[in-house]
Design a binder for this molecule. Sequence first.
Ligand code: PLP
Length: 394
Amino acid sequence: MPKTSRRTGSFGESVIRGMTRIASQCDAINLSQGFPDFDPPEPVLRAAERAAREGPHQYAVTWGAPNFRAALARKQSRFMQIPLDADDNIVVTCGSTEAMMVSMMTACNPGDKVIIFSPFYENYAADAILCGAIPIHVELRPPDFSFDPDELRRAFELGTKALVLCNPSNPSGKVFTRDELLFIANLAEEFDAFVLTDEVYEHIVYAPHQHTYFASLPGMFERTFSCSSLSKTFSMTGWRLGYIIASLAVINEARKVHDFLTVGAAAPLQEAAVTALELPDSYYQELQTLYTEKRTLFLRYLDDAGLHYTEPDGAYYVMVDISEFGWKNDTAFCEWMAREIGVAAVPGSSFFHEPVNHLIRLHFAKRSETLKAAGERLLELRNKASKVSANGAP
Ligand SMILES: Cc1ncc(COP(=O)(O)O)c(C=O)c1O
């Protein structure tokens, strides 16, 4: 029997998907994997019905259907404040997941170093390993998740080829300030590195915080792969529609990688999603209001439950500090919590390169009823977790 590659042996199965399985086994409310339990906007659903009847049903242009790219170029030019050309600056991908993978494969040679802030969305380290790059982790220190400028500079000094920037950030909820981004931009310029951004939460930012597109900073468009998707903005994580926005020189290379990886994103869904991309600006304001209300509702429950957490500035996750309960193993804690409290969370250690195991991540992209039900269950967490810990928790 031949052996499978060393590459696949160097990382495990997704912890988040694993927690989702445990949640369904024990009928827990799943606040681990970050997807909404509500549908995309009604006009988009109607467009999907039309596309199912009328097509297209065959391959789209590999780097994206022309009408999808045109609508996307109009929307992103508006929000990013960069004039984008639908033919020259866009590759449509299967989610931001593929966009990030294609970007890393396009930017890096095997052996190149890639800076990944820690904690990080778990795909990035796997992306780096899959394309033979070496992750260099730079800490975002809890509870406020700021970085040490000297540590970041030292990471660039290693001859780094690219930096991964998840902004707004999963899991920490950090929204990088313009000054922090300018600091990163200066280092990228000085050390001639690419920046691969993952901006899937670009439209989920809580006032007074504001999202700054890295590519919009002076001189940064040429060295940035701006990755994002429709998954979170339009509550359609299953449609698998994402994209890379970059200069023509970069896009020409990225198109080839994308073509050989997946050929293209689903043609009928691109057709239907044009309706989403053409929604007026009021849609984005309503989305902000919706998530602001969800955050307020959920954080109030955490307060009532006496839990300590870092308030997120963007995205829809909150990191809760479980150190007071005295558990040594956050994965054991999350499994116990799913079974005994009936709420599934992700152990924070799966996001950190450093040995951090006192945090768990919950998400609040759920209907109010779901959040209230989860919140009620969490009111018991403190009491029950402390009792288990008094009896010698794992
Ligand atoms: C930071 C981040 N990037 C990418 C993704 C996946 O995005 P997509 O559905 O566009 O592949 C997620 C999903 O949770 C995420 O949190």
